[in-house]
Design a binder for this molecule. Structure first.
Ligand code: UN1
Length: 500
Protein backbone atom coordinates (compact mmCIF):
# COMPACT_ATOMS: atom_id res chain seq x y z
CA UNK A 1 0.00 0.00 0.00
CA UNK A 2 1.22 3.49 -0.80
CA UNK A 3 2.58 5.28 2.24
CA UNK A 4 0.49 8.09 3.70
CA UNK A 5 2.68 10.98 4.86
CA UNK A 6 1.82 13.63 7.41
CA UNK A 7 1.98 17.31 8.22
CA UNK A 8 4.11 18.63 11.05
CA UNK A 9 1.89 20.68 13.36
CA UNK A 10 2.26 21.56 17.02
CA UNK A 11 5.32 19.39 17.47
CA UNK A 12 3.83 16.24 15.94
CA UNK A 13 3.57 14.48 12.60
CA UNK A 14 -0.19 14.51 12.12
CA UNK A 15 -2.90 13.60 9.63
CA UNK A 16 -4.80 16.43 7.98
CA UNK A 17 -8.09 17.55 9.55
CA UNK A 18 -9.61 17.18 6.07
CA UNK A 19 -8.72 13.45 5.95
CA UNK A 20 -7.80 14.03 2.28
CA UNK A 21 -4.60 13.09 0.49
CA UNK A 22 -3.00 13.63 -2.92
CA UNK A 23 -0.55 11.53 -4.89
CA UNK A 24 3.04 12.54 -5.46
CA UNK A 25 4.39 10.96 -8.66
CA UNK A 26 7.74 10.83 -10.37
CA UNK A 27 7.66 13.16 -13.41
CA UNK A 28 10.19 10.98 -15.26
CA UNK A 29 7.95 7.93 -14.83
CA UNK A 30 4.43 8.90 -14.09
CA UNK A 31 3.39 5.38 -13.21
CA UNK A 32 5.56 5.57 -10.09
CA UNK A 33 3.70 6.88 -7.03
CA UNK A 34 6.16 8.18 -4.43
CA UNK A 35 3.61 8.62 -1.67
CA UNK A 36 0.35 10.13 -0.54
CA UNK A 37 0.51 13.55 1.09
CA UNK A 38 -2.04 15.50 3.10
CA UNK A 39 -4.40 17.82 1.31
CA UNK A 40 -4.85 20.33 4.12
CA UNK A 41 -7.61 22.85 4.60
CA UNK A 42 -8.21 25.99 6.68
CA UNK A 43 -8.62 24.00 9.90
CA UNK A 44 -5.07 22.67 9.58
CA UNK A 45 -3.83 26.19 8.91
CA UNK A 46 -5.57 27.40 12.06
CA UNK A 47 -3.92 24.73 14.20
CA UNK A 48 -0.53 25.46 12.70
CA UNK A 49 -0.88 29.18 13.38
CA UNK A 50 -1.83 28.65 17.02
CA UNK A 51 1.14 26.34 17.55
CA UNK A 52 3.52 28.69 15.73
CA UNK A 53 2.41 31.58 17.92
CA UNK A 54 3.41 29.59 21.00
CA UNK A 55 6.67 28.65 19.32
CA UNK A 56 7.35 32.29 18.54
CA UNK A 57 6.99 33.39 22.17
CA UNK A 58 9.64 30.89 23.11
CA UNK A 59 12.02 31.26 20.20
CA UNK A 60 12.15 35.05 20.26
CA UNK A 61 13.81 34.84 23.69
CA UNK A 62 16.67 32.62 22.47
CA UNK A 63 19.67 34.89 21.77
CA UNK A 64 20.30 35.25 18.05
CA UNK A 65 23.73 33.50 18.15
CA UNK A 66 21.97 30.49 19.73
CA UNK A 67 19.32 30.53 17.02
CA UNK A 68 22.16 30.65 14.50
CA UNK A 69 23.74 27.58 16.11
CA UNK A 70 20.59 25.55 15.40
CA UNK A 71 20.72 26.61 11.76
CA UNK A 72 24.43 25.76 11.54
CA UNK A 73 23.72 22.25 12.87
CA UNK A 74 20.91 21.96 10.33
CA UNK A 75 23.46 22.80 7.63
CA UNK A 76 25.78 20.09 8.95
CA UNK A 77 22.96 17.52 8.80
CA UNK A 78 22.07 18.56 5.26
CA UNK A 79 25.72 18.15 4.33
CA UNK A 80 25.82 14.64 5.77
CA UNK A 81 22.60 13.76 3.87
CA UNK A 82 23.33 15.62 0.68
CA UNK A 83 23.21 12.56 -1.57
CA UNK A 84 20.10 11.07 0.01
CA UNK A 85 18.17 14.35 -0.22
CA UNK A 86 19.38 15.00 -3.78
CA UNK A 87 18.08 11.58 -4.87
CA UNK A 88 14.72 12.08 -3.22
CA UNK A 89 14.48 15.45 -4.88
CA UNK A 90 15.34 14.19 -8.36
CA UNK A 91 12.79 11.47 -7.95
CA UNK A 92 9.97 13.84 -7.11
CA UNK A 93 10.76 16.79 -9.38
CA UNK A 94 12.97 15.44 -12.13
CA UNK A 95 16.07 17.60 -12.49
CA UNK A 96 19.37 15.78 -12.88
CA UNK A 97 21.36 14.70 -9.84
CA UNK A 98 24.16 17.20 -10.34
CA UNK A 99 21.57 19.93 -10.10
CA UNK A 100 19.73 18.54 -7.09
CA UNK A 101 23.09 18.18 -5.34
CA UNK A 102 23.68 21.84 -6.16
CA UNK A 103 20.26 22.64 -4.78
CA UNK A 104 21.07 20.95 -1.46
CA UNK A 105 24.45 22.69 -1.42
CA UNK A 106 22.70 26.04 -1.86
CA UNK A 107 20.67 25.18 1.26
CA UNK A 108 23.85 24.27 3.15
CA UNK A 109 25.52 27.52 2.09
CA UNK A 110 22.43 29.42 3.18
CA UNK A 111 22.54 27.67 6.57
CA UNK A 112 26.16 28.53 7.25
CA UNK A 113 25.73 32.09 6.08
CA UNK A 114 22.53 32.59 8.10
CA UNK A 115 24.19 31.09 11.20
CA UNK A 116 26.95 33.65 10.94
CA UNK A 117 24.36 36.44 10.74
CA UNK A 118 23.14 35.31 14.16
CA UNK A 119 26.32 36.87 15.51
CA UNK A 120 25.74 40.11 13.63
CA UNK A 121 22.15 41.26 13.05
CA UNK A 122 23.62 44.72 13.31
CA UNK A 123 21.75 47.77 14.42
CA UNK A 124 23.22 51.26 14.44
CA UNK A 125 24.49 53.53 17.18
CA UNK A 126 24.37 57.14 16.04
CA UNK A 127 25.00 60.45 17.80
CA UNK A 128 21.97 62.14 19.29
CA UNK A 129 21.51 65.82 18.60
CA UNK A 130 21.28 66.40 22.39
CA UNK A 131 24.06 66.04 24.95
CA UNK A 132 24.11 63.12 27.40
CA UNK A 133 21.79 61.13 25.17
CA UNK A 134 22.39 58.00 23.10
CA UNK A 135 20.48 56.98 20.01
CA UNK A 136 20.45 53.42 18.66
CA UNK A 137 18.51 50.94 16.57
CA UNK A 138 18.27 47.19 16.83
CA UNK A 139 16.37 44.40 15.05
CA UNK A 140 13.47 42.51 16.58
CA UNK A 141 11.58 39.48 15.32
CA UNK A 142 8.12 40.01 13.87
CA UNK A 143 6.04 36.89 14.57
CA UNK A 144 4.85 33.97 12.46
CA UNK A 145 6.16 33.95 8.89
CA UNK A 146 4.19 32.10 6.19
CA UNK A 147 6.46 30.70 3.48
CA UNK A 148 5.02 29.49 0.17
CA UNK A 149 7.61 27.88 -2.06
CA UNK A 150 7.84 26.46 -5.62
CA UNK A 151 8.81 23.06 -7.01
CA UNK A 152 11.94 24.00 -8.94
CA UNK A 153 14.34 24.47 -6.02
CA UNK A 154 12.70 22.26 -3.39
CA UNK A 155 15.44 22.73 -0.84
CA UNK A 156 17.29 25.95 -1.64
CA UNK A 157 14.27 28.23 -1.86
CA UNK A 158 12.64 27.11 1.42
CA UNK A 159 16.02 27.61 3.14
CA UNK A 160 16.42 31.09 1.60
CA UNK A 161 13.27 32.08 3.42
CA UNK A 162 13.27 29.88 6.47
CA UNK A 163 16.82 30.21 7.77
CA UNK A 164 16.92 34.02 7.86
CA UNK A 165 13.38 34.08 9.29
CA UNK A 166 14.44 31.72 12.08
CA UNK A 167 17.75 33.44 12.83
CA UNK A 168 15.80 36.70 13.19
CA UNK A 169 13.64 34.98 15.83
CA UNK A 170 10.40 34.31 13.96
CA UNK A 171 8.38 31.09 13.89
CA UNK A 172 7.63 29.70 10.43
CA UNK A 173 4.91 27.84 8.59
CA UNK A 174 6.14 26.22 5.37
CA UNK A 175 3.74 25.34 2.56
CA UNK A 176 5.83 23.71 -0.17
CA UNK A 177 4.64 23.17 -3.73
CA UNK A 178 2.47 20.05 -4.05
CA UNK A 179 5.05 18.46 -6.36
CA UNK A 180 7.84 18.43 -3.74
CA UNK A 181 6.43 17.47 -0.33
CA UNK A 182 9.13 14.88 0.32
CA UNK A 183 12.05 17.31 -0.02
CA UNK A 184 10.31 19.72 2.37
CA UNK A 185 9.75 16.95 4.93
CA UNK A 186 13.46 16.03 4.80
CA UNK A 187 14.36 19.65 5.50
CA UNK A 188 12.00 19.86 8.46
CA UNK A 189 13.40 16.61 9.85
CA UNK A 190 16.91 18.08 9.73
CA UNK A 191 15.79 21.23 11.54
CA UNK A 192 14.12 19.24 14.30
CA UNK A 193 17.11 17.00 14.69
CA UNK A 194 19.36 20.04 14.90
CA UNK A 195 17.41 21.14 17.98
CA UNK A 196 14.82 23.58 16.68
CA UNK A 197 12.02 23.70 19.27
CA UNK A 198 9.22 21.77 17.51
CA UNK A 199 6.50 24.40 17.65
CA UNK A 200 8.76 26.94 15.94
CA UNK A 201 8.20 25.14 12.64
CA UNK A 202 5.01 23.89 11.04
CA UNK A 203 4.83 22.03 7.74
CA UNK A 204 1.56 22.04 5.83
CA UNK A 205 0.94 20.27 2.54
CA UNK A 206 -1.69 20.88 -0.06
CA UNK A 207 -2.74 23.14 -2.89
CA UNK A 208 -1.92 26.83 -2.95
CA UNK A 209 -5.51 27.87 -3.61
CA UNK A 210 -6.54 26.25 -0.37
CA UNK A 211 -3.64 26.20 2.05
CA UNK A 212 -1.59 29.12 0.75
CA UNK A 213 -4.71 31.25 0.42
CA UNK A 214 -5.78 30.52 4.01
CA UNK A 215 -2.29 31.42 5.26
CA UNK A 216 -2.25 34.71 3.41
CA UNK A 217 -5.68 35.65 4.80
CA UNK A 218 -4.85 34.62 8.36
CA UNK A 219 -4.54 37.69 10.65
CA UNK A 220 -1.87 36.06 12.83
CA UNK A 221 0.64 35.56 10.02
CA UNK A 222 2.06 39.07 9.60
CA UNK A 223 4.83 38.09 7.15
CA UNK A 224 4.41 36.24 3.87
CA UNK A 225 7.15 35.23 1.46
CA UNK A 226 6.20 33.74 -1.89
CA UNK A 227 8.13 32.47 -4.89
CA UNK A 228 6.02 31.61 -7.92
CA UNK A 229 4.08 33.13 -10.77
CA UNK A 230 3.49 36.83 -11.29
CA UNK A 231 -0.28 36.33 -11.51
CA UNK A 232 -0.48 34.57 -8.12
CA UNK A 233 1.92 37.16 -6.67
CA UNK A 234 -0.45 39.93 -7.76
CA UNK A 235 -3.34 38.26 -5.93
CA UNK A 236 -1.25 37.82 -2.77
CA UNK A 237 -0.26 41.48 -3.01
CA UNK A 238 -3.91 42.52 -2.91
CA UNK A 239 -4.66 40.45 0.18
CA UNK A 240 -1.49 41.47 1.99
CA UNK A 241 -2.12 45.12 1.14
CA UNK A 242 -5.61 44.92 2.57
CA UNK A 243 -4.34 43.19 5.70
CA UNK A 244 -1.20 45.32 6.10
CA UNK A 245 1.15 42.39 5.88
CA UNK A 246 4.76 42.40 4.96
CA UNK A 247 5.16 40.52 1.68
CA UNK A 248 8.18 39.41 -0.32
CA UNK A 249 7.55 38.27 -3.89
CA UNK A 250 9.92 36.47 -6.24
CA UNK A 251 8.19 35.91 -9.55
CA UNK A 252 8.77 35.43 -13.25
CA UNK A 253 11.67 36.18 -15.51
CA UNK A 254 12.47 36.48 -19.21
CA UNK A 255 16.20 36.50 -18.87
CA UNK A 256 18.48 37.26 -21.78
CA UNK A 257 22.04 36.32 -22.59
CA UNK A 258 23.67 38.87 -24.91
CA UNK A 259 26.58 37.75 -27.07
CA UNK A 260 28.78 40.53 -28.49
CA UNK A 261 30.95 39.92 -31.56
CA UNK A 262 34.17 40.11 -29.52
CA UNK A 263 32.98 37.42 -27.02
CA UNK A 264 34.74 34.12 -26.47
CA UNK A 265 32.14 32.18 -28.38
CA UNK A 266 32.95 28.78 -26.86
CA UNK A 267 32.32 30.14 -23.40
CA UNK A 268 29.14 31.85 -24.50
CA UNK A 269 27.96 28.60 -26.04
CA UNK A 270 28.54 26.57 -22.87
CA UNK A 271 26.73 29.25 -20.91
CA UNK A 272 23.58 29.29 -22.97
CA UNK A 273 23.34 25.50 -22.99
CA UNK A 274 23.42 25.48 -19.22
CA UNK A 275 21.30 28.57 -18.73
CA UNK A 276 18.55 27.61 -21.16
CA UNK A 277 18.28 23.86 -20.74
CA UNK A 278 19.58 23.21 -17.22
CA UNK A 279 16.71 22.32 -14.84
CA UNK A 280 14.77 21.80 -18.11
CA UNK A 281 14.40 25.58 -18.31
CA UNK A 282 12.35 25.60 -15.12
CA UNK A 283 14.26 28.30 -13.28
CA UNK A 284 13.25 31.86 -12.63
CA UNK A 285 16.75 32.68 -13.80
CA UNK A 286 16.70 30.45 -16.91
CA UNK A 287 18.03 31.94 -20.13
CA UNK A 288 14.94 32.21 -22.27
CA UNK A 289 16.23 34.78 -24.75
CA UNK A 290 19.50 34.67 -26.61
CA UNK A 291 20.49 37.99 -28.16
CA UNK A 292 23.09 37.53 -30.87
CA UNK A 293 24.93 40.32 -32.64
CA UNK A 294 24.24 39.99 -36.35
CA UNK A 295 27.84 39.34 -37.46
CA UNK A 296 28.07 36.16 -35.37
CA UNK A 297 24.37 35.23 -35.41
CA UNK A 298 24.37 32.43 -37.99
CA UNK A 299 27.71 30.94 -36.97
CA UNK A 300 26.80 30.82 -33.30
CA UNK A 301 23.36 29.36 -33.92
CA UNK A 302 24.69 26.62 -36.15
CA UNK A 303 27.03 25.43 -33.40
CA UNK A 304 24.38 25.81 -30.73
CA UNK A 305 21.87 23.68 -32.61
CA UNK A 306 24.48 20.98 -33.08
CA UNK A 307 25.18 20.91 -29.32
CA UNK A 308 21.51 21.01 -28.35
CA UNK A 309 20.67 18.03 -30.59
CA UNK A 310 23.21 16.01 -28.61
CA UNK A 311 21.57 16.67 -25.24
CA UNK A 312 20.29 13.41 -23.78
CA UNK A 313 16.87 13.34 -22.21
CA UNK A 314 15.93 10.90 -19.50
CA UNK A 315 15.50 10.31 -15.82
CA UNK A 316 17.60 12.69 -13.77
CA UNK A 317 18.76 9.72 -11.70
CA UNK A 318 20.69 8.29 -14.67
CA UNK A 319 24.24 9.40 -15.11
CA UNK A 320 24.03 9.99 -18.85
CA UNK A 321 21.05 12.31 -18.64
CA UNK A 322 21.55 15.99 -19.50
CA UNK A 323 17.93 17.14 -19.36
CA UNK A 324 15.19 15.73 -17.15
CA UNK A 325 11.41 15.93 -17.55
CA UNK A 326 9.08 18.85 -17.00
CA UNK A 327 7.25 18.79 -13.72
CA UNK A 328 3.78 17.69 -14.84
CA UNK A 329 1.25 17.40 -17.66
CA UNK A 330 0.15 20.98 -17.23
CA UNK A 331 3.72 22.20 -17.74
CA UNK A 332 4.06 20.00 -20.81
CA UNK A 333 0.83 21.41 -22.26
CA UNK A 334 1.93 24.97 -21.53
CA UNK A 335 5.30 24.52 -23.24
CA UNK A 336 3.65 22.83 -26.25
CA UNK A 337 1.16 25.68 -26.50
CA UNK A 338 4.03 28.19 -26.65
CA UNK A 339 5.47 26.30 -29.60
CA UNK A 340 2.09 26.72 -31.33
CA UNK A 341 2.22 30.44 -30.57
CA UNK A 342 5.75 30.58 -31.99
CA UNK A 343 4.56 28.93 -35.21
CA UNK A 344 1.66 31.35 -35.46
CA UNK A 345 4.05 34.26 -34.93
CA UNK A 346 6.24 33.00 -37.76
CA UNK A 347 9.27 31.92 -35.72
CA UNK A 348 11.45 29.21 -37.16
CA UNK A 349 11.91 26.05 -35.08
CA UNK A 350 15.56 25.09 -35.50
CA UNK A 351 15.39 22.04 -33.28
CA UNK A 352 12.92 20.43 -30.87
CA UNK A 353 9.41 21.82 -30.73
CA UNK A 354 7.61 18.72 -29.57
CA UNK A 355 7.14 16.25 -26.79
CA UNK A 356 10.03 13.78 -26.60
CA UNK A 357 8.89 10.20 -26.98
CA UNK A 358 10.22 6.69 -27.47
CA UNK A 359 11.12 4.02 -24.92
CA UNK A 360 11.24 5.19 -21.31
CA UNK A 361 10.53 8.78 -22.37
CA UNK A 362 6.89 7.84 -23.02
CA UNK A 363 6.39 7.42 -19.29
CA UNK A 364 7.41 10.94 -18.35
CA UNK A 365 6.79 14.60 -19.19
CA UNK A 366 9.70 15.10 -21.56
CA UNK A 367 9.94 17.93 -24.06
CA UNK A 368 12.67 18.29 -26.66
CA UNK A 369 15.06 21.18 -26.07
CA UNK A 370 13.81 23.81 -28.50
CA UNK A 371 15.42 26.74 -30.30
CA UNK A 372 13.33 29.37 -32.03
CA UNK A 373 15.00 31.63 -34.56
CA UNK A 374 13.82 34.99 -35.85
CA UNK A 375 11.80 35.86 -32.77
CA UNK A 376 10.78 39.50 -33.00
CA UNK A 377 11.03 41.94 -30.09
CA UNK A 378 7.56 42.55 -28.72
CA UNK A 379 6.19 39.15 -29.83
CA UNK A 380 4.85 36.75 -27.21
CA UNK A 381 7.86 34.43 -27.35
CA UNK A 382 10.09 37.45 -26.80
CA UNK A 383 8.14 38.65 -23.76
CA UNK A 384 6.36 35.84 -21.90
CA UNK A 385 7.87 33.37 -19.46
CA UNK A 386 7.66 29.81 -20.81
CA UNK A 387 9.32 27.98 -17.88
CA UNK A 388 10.52 25.14 -20.05
CA UNK A 389 13.33 24.18 -22.45
CA UNK A 390 12.50 26.79 -25.10
CA UNK A 391 15.03 29.39 -26.18
CA UNK A 392 14.00 32.41 -28.26
CA UNK A 393 16.80 33.84 -30.40
CA UNK A 394 16.79 37.52 -31.33
CA UNK A 395 19.23 39.44 -33.51
CA UNK A 396 20.68 42.88 -32.77
CA UNK A 397 23.11 45.24 -34.48
CA UNK A 398 24.76 47.15 -31.63
CA UNK A 399 24.86 47.29 -27.84
CA UNK A 400 22.25 50.05 -27.68
CA UNK A 401 19.79 47.81 -29.44
CA UNK A 402 20.68 44.79 -27.26
CA UNK A 403 20.09 46.81 -24.09
CA UNK A 404 16.81 48.12 -25.47
CA UNK A 405 15.59 44.61 -26.34
CA UNK A 406 16.68 43.27 -22.96
CA UNK A 407 14.79 46.02 -21.14
CA UNK A 408 11.56 46.01 -23.08
CA UNK A 409 9.99 43.07 -21.26
CA UNK A 410 7.87 43.31 -18.14
CA UNK A 411 10.24 41.17 -16.08
CA UNK A 412 13.68 42.00 -14.72
CA UNK A 413 15.40 39.19 -12.83
CA UNK A 414 18.69 38.22 -14.44
CA UNK A 415 20.76 39.16 -17.49
CA UNK A 416 24.10 38.20 -18.96
CA UNK A 417 26.56 39.59 -21.47
CA UNK A 418 29.52 37.91 -23.11
CA UNK A 419 32.14 40.42 -24.19
CA UNK A 420 35.81 41.23 -23.78
CA UNK A 421 35.17 44.95 -24.01
CA UNK A 422 35.28 46.62 -20.61
CA UNK A 423 33.13 49.50 -21.84
CA UNK A 424 30.38 47.17 -23.01
CA UNK A 425 30.60 45.28 -19.72
CA UNK A 426 30.20 48.39 -17.61
CA UNK A 427 27.35 49.68 -19.74
CA UNK A 428 25.60 46.33 -19.28
CA UNK A 429 26.20 46.43 -15.53
CA UNK A 430 24.55 49.80 -15.24
CA UNK A 431 21.95 49.82 -18.03
CA UNK A 432 20.45 46.32 -18.09
CA UNK A 433 17.25 46.66 -16.13
CA UNK A 434 17.46 43.51 -14.00
CA UNK A 435 18.17 42.71 -10.36
CA UNK A 436 21.19 40.58 -11.32
CA UNK A 437 23.64 40.94 -14.22
CA UNK A 438 26.40 38.48 -15.06
CA UNK A 439 29.45 39.39 -17.10
CA UNK A 440 30.84 36.37 -18.95
CA UNK A 441 28.69 33.96 -16.95
CA UNK A 442 25.23 32.48 -17.60
CA UNK A 443 21.98 34.03 -16.32
CA UNK A 444 21.86 31.34 -13.61
CA UNK A 445 24.14 30.60 -10.67
CA UNK A 446 23.31 33.05 -7.91
CA UNK A 447 25.25 32.50 -4.66
CA UNK A 448 23.61 32.26 -1.25
CA UNK A 449 25.37 35.19 0.42
CA UNK A 450 24.39 37.84 -2.14
CA UNK A 451 21.04 39.55 -2.58
CA UNK A 452 18.77 37.74 -5.07
CA UNK A 453 15.75 39.27 -6.73
CA UNK A 454 14.42 41.25 -9.63
CA UNK A 455 12.89 44.51 -10.69
CA UNK A 456 9.61 45.38 -12.46
CA UNK A 457 7.10 42.47 -12.57
CA UNK A 458 9.65 40.04 -11.10
CA UNK A 459 9.49 41.31 -7.56
CA UNK A 460 8.16 43.90 -5.15
CA UNK A 461 11.39 45.48 -4.01
CA UNK A 462 12.63 42.86 -1.56
CA UNK A 463 15.61 40.58 -1.93
CA UNK A 464 16.28 37.04 -0.80
CA UNK A 465 19.75 35.84 0.07
CA UNK A 466 22.56 37.97 1.37
CA UNK A 467 22.30 40.52 4.14
CA UNK A 468 19.16 42.26 2.86
CA UNK A 469 16.81 39.39 3.61
CA UNK A 470 17.51 39.77 7.33
CA UNK A 471 15.89 43.18 7.17
CA UNK A 472 12.78 41.68 5.65
CA UNK A 473 12.36 39.21 8.51
CA UNK A 474 12.93 41.71 11.31
CA UNK A 475 11.50 44.96 12.53
CA UNK A 476 13.69 47.92 13.38
CA UNK A 477 13.28 49.37 16.83
CA UNK A 478 14.78 52.76 17.65
CA UNK A 479 16.01 53.52 21.17
CA UNK A 480 16.85 56.80 22.86
CA UNK A 481 18.57 56.85 26.24
CA UNK A 482 18.76 60.19 27.98
CA UNK A 483 21.13 60.32 30.99
CA UNK A 484 21.28 64.12 31.30
CA UNK A 485 18.98 64.20 34.34
CA UNK A 486 16.73 66.87 32.80
CA UNK A 487 14.00 67.15 30.19
CA UNK A 488 15.66 67.71 26.84
CA UNK A 489 13.44 68.67 23.94
CA UNK A 490 14.58 67.46 20.53
CA UNK A 491 14.45 70.09 17.79
CA UNK A 492 13.91 72.86 20.38
CA UNK A 493 16.61 72.60 23.04
CA UNK A 494 18.97 71.24 20.43
CA UNK A 495 19.74 74.75 19.28
CA UNK A 496 18.33 77.12 21.93
CA UNK A 497 20.02 75.57 24.96
CA UNK A 498 23.03 74.07 23.26
CA UNK A 499 26.15 74.37 25.38
CA UNK A 500 28.27 75.36 22.34
C1 UN1 B 1 14.98 30.15 -9.05
O1 UN1 B 1 14.99 29.73 -10.20
O2 UN1 B 1 13.92 30.51 -8.53
O3 UN1 B 1 20.73 31.38 -9.66
C2 UN1 B 1 16.17 30.20 -8.17
C3 UN1 B 1 20.16 30.31 -9.79
C4 UN1 B 1 19.90 29.47 -8.57
C5 UN1 B 1 18.62 29.87 -7.93
C6 UN1 B 1 17.46 29.94 -8.88
N1 UN1 B 1 20.99 29.62 -7.66
O4 UN1 B 1 19.80 29.91 -10.88
Amino acid sequence: MTKKHRNFINGEWVEPATGEYFENRNPADHSEVIGLWPRCGPEDVERAVQAARRGFERWRKVPAPGRGDVIRRTGELLLARKEEIARAMTREMGKVLDETRGDVQEGIDTAFYAASEGRRLFGHTVPSELPSKWAMSYRRPIGVAGLITPFNFPLAIPTWKMFPALVCGNAVILKPAEEVPHSAALLVEALLEAGLPPDVIQLLHGPGERVGAAMVEHPDIPVISFTGSTSVGARLGEVCGRRHKRLSLEMGGKNAQIVMPDAELDLALDAVLRGAFGTTGQRCTATSRLLLQESIHDRFLERLVERVRKLRLGSGLEKETDVGPLINQQALDKVASYVDVAKAEGDEILTGGRRATGGALDKGFFFEPTILRGVRPGSRLACEEVFGPVLSVLRFSDLDEAIRINNEVAYGLSSSIYTRDVRAAFRAMTELDTGITYINAPTIGAEAHLPFGGVKQTGNGHREGGWEVFEFYSETKTLYVDYSGRLQRAQIDTYDAAPY
